[in-house]
Design a binder for this molecule. Structure first.
Ligand SMILES: C[S@@+](CC[C@H](N)C(=O)[O-])C[C@H]1O[C@@H](n2cnc3c(N)ncnc32)[C@H](O)[C@@H]1O
Length: 205
């Protein structure tokens, strides 16, 4: 029997069911809390779940601390935590989200799905350095600010993965005023104008 797929990755039926359970919780909570833009509710699966899942395929699978900044409804961090349960079980997740109601949602999903995910309800810039091996963020801040956050929370040799919209090239130019970094551009599978930036060797100029 064919295994289900998400973002080109084979997953078990159990993982797919977990993602569907998370999807149901998101739909249930969204009228009360703005977890995702209302305009994206019709297409939540592709716009949020598949978009997040593709990030999981771009980082090494091994024992690691993965920190997701400004997680909101859990994108991409919590979707990657669901995938990691099957595909990279030694990876631990920390989700940083300053909005108390969103943090409560994230904790609820993590508990109901029995995920290895801790939620810190605070501002990224106030949380003590986390020493992540993998850092992710989507729709949180322009790249120069994200590099500030990465300098604080990424450990040596860590990799940052940022999902960026069509302004990604200007953001890279602006960031190069203050930072030296190695980066790769990976075209998004869900939005042809978007780019995923995989960044390492971050140093302030
Ligand atoms: C535009 S939303 C994006 C949420 C999610 N990453 C996504 O792509 O759907 C930005 C989220 O970051 C949170 N946030 C903004 N600034 C933050 C900060 N300095 N520290 C922690 N969370 C922050 C907001 O509460 C919000 O949930």
């Amino acid at each position: 029997m064919m295994r289900p797929q998400i973002a080109g990755m084979d997953v078990s039926r159990e993982t797919l069911e977990q993602l569907e359970q998370y999807h149901r919780l998101l739909r249930k909570w969204t009228p009360a809390i703005n977890l995702v833009a209302k305009s994206t509710m019709e297409d939540v699966w592709d716009r949020h779940f598949v978009d997040s899942a593709q990030v999981f395929g771009l980082v090494p699978r091994h024992e690691a601390l993965w920190v997701d900044l400004g997680s909101g409804g859990g994108f991409p961090g919590l979707v990657c935590a669901v995938l990691a349960r099957e595909l990279s079980p030694e990876t631990r997740f920390v989700l940083v989200e300053s909005d108390m109601r969103k943090a409560t949602f994230l904790r609820t999903v993590a508990r109901e799905l029995a995920l290895e995910a801790e939620v810190i309800c605070d501002r990224v810039e106030k949380v003590p350095p986390l020493g992540a091996e993998i850092l992710s963020a989507r729709a949180l801040a322009p790249l120069p600010k994200l590099l500030d956050y990465a300098a604080r929370h990424l450990g040596p040799a860590g990799i940052a993965v940022f999902l960026k919209g069509e302004s990604f090239r200007e953001e890279i130019c602006k960031a190069q005023d203050d930072w030296r970094f190695a980066y790769e551009e990976i075209r998004s599978q869900t939005d042809e104008a978007a780019m995923i930036l995989r960044i390492g060797d971050i140093e302030r100029v």
